[in-house]
Write a new protein. Structure first.
Length: 304
């Protein structure tokens, strides 16, 4: 029986190719099922063999992802301002002392201060809150302008004349940002009980004769910049209130030894004066303490 050529071609050429492709597919699928990795050297050889036979590559080219660099997030530079010490209570006219620190990376700043007032500014003050945005009305200005290198410790002082309850924070301006401490409270108590007395004075003196006067100021410790013996030929009788100053009386300064300086209270003073005219003089001792006029009783002196 004569076999046709096309059947011979199919049997010896096409059919073996189909078998090869079938087993090649089984091998490749089994390999990746078990390994789950990229194509190995043997896979590439098998793939090359199949490609030579069929002209096609049964395995797709694997595209490996390229790593993407994530830019490092810069570490934020922050500064901390800390209230170290502040008064809790002082007398009116007394000196308040404040201590604070600023910590952080080395840097030169140009402004730090203590802000205070009788109305509080509640909550945490953020970096966008400037001093003008608060209710504080006064400040310690020792370091309000200059060159200061962080980290640093400050000590500032101020005199507070008016009694009341005060709210206070320390502050620094760094790189256009406002840094605040927590808010603290202190109380300024009113001073009571100051008294001034004429202890010794001449009741009769001669014209153009030097005369000595002794007076005493008692009360809580303080400083006065003015105390004197004043007098006139016209009387202003009665008790003089602390709001009445020298310009509201007929008196003129007679003893001028302690009218320009800083004098400690309590203290006894001795001064001298020459009486310029004949007649009867009405005299008092006067001291100005924390903005208040403290008057003695009125006495008389005769110039003969």
């Amino acid at each position: 029986m004569k076999i046709k050529k096309k059947y011979i071609f199919i049997f010896f050429i096409v059919f073996p190719i189909i078998i090869v492709l079938f087993f090649a597919g089984l091998l490749i699928g089994s390999y990746y099922l078990n390994q789950g990795t990229a194509i190995t050297k043997n896979d590439k050889l098998l793939s090359g063999f199949v490609e030579k036979v069929t002209g096609e590559n049964p395995l797709p080219t694997q595209i490996l992802p390229s790593p993407t660099e994530i830019p490092a997030t810069p570490t934020p530079i922050d500064y901390k301002i800390t209230f170290i010490d502040s008064p809790t209570e002082l007398m009116e006219g007394g000196q308040a002392s404040f201590t604070w620190t600023i910590d952080g990376p080395p840097r030169t700043i140009h402004k730090s201060a203590v802000y205070f007032g009788t109305i509080n500014t509640q909550g945490i003050l953020t970096k966008d809150v400037a001093p003008v945005d608060t209710k504080y009305t006064d400040s310690v200005k020792d370091f309000i302008a200059g060159d200061f290198v962080i980290p640093i410790r400050f000590v500032g002082n101020t005199t507070i004349a008016k009694p009341g309850k005060y709210y206070v924070r320390v502050y620094a301006l760094i790189d256009s940002n406002n840094y605040w401490s927590e808010e603290r409270v202190f109380t300024v108590k009113p001073i009571t009980g100051y008294e001034i007395k004429l202890v010794n004075y001449p009741q009769k003196v001669k014209l153009n004769e030097n005369s000595a006067f002794t007076w005493e100021i008692t009360g809580p410790q303080a400083i006065t910049g003015f105390t004197a013996i004043v007098g006139a030929k016209e009387s202003k009788s009665g008790k003089l209130d602390e709001t009445i100053d020298l310009t509201k009386t007929p008196y003129k300064v007679l003893v001028k030894d302690f009218t320009n300086g800083a004098y400690t209270i309590p203290l006894r003073y001795i001064g001298n004066a020459i009486m310029p005219e004949y007649g009867t003089y009405y005299i008092r001792a006067l001291a100005i303490i924390n903005g208040k006029n403290i008057w003695s009783d009125e006495h008389t002196l005769s110039v003969q």
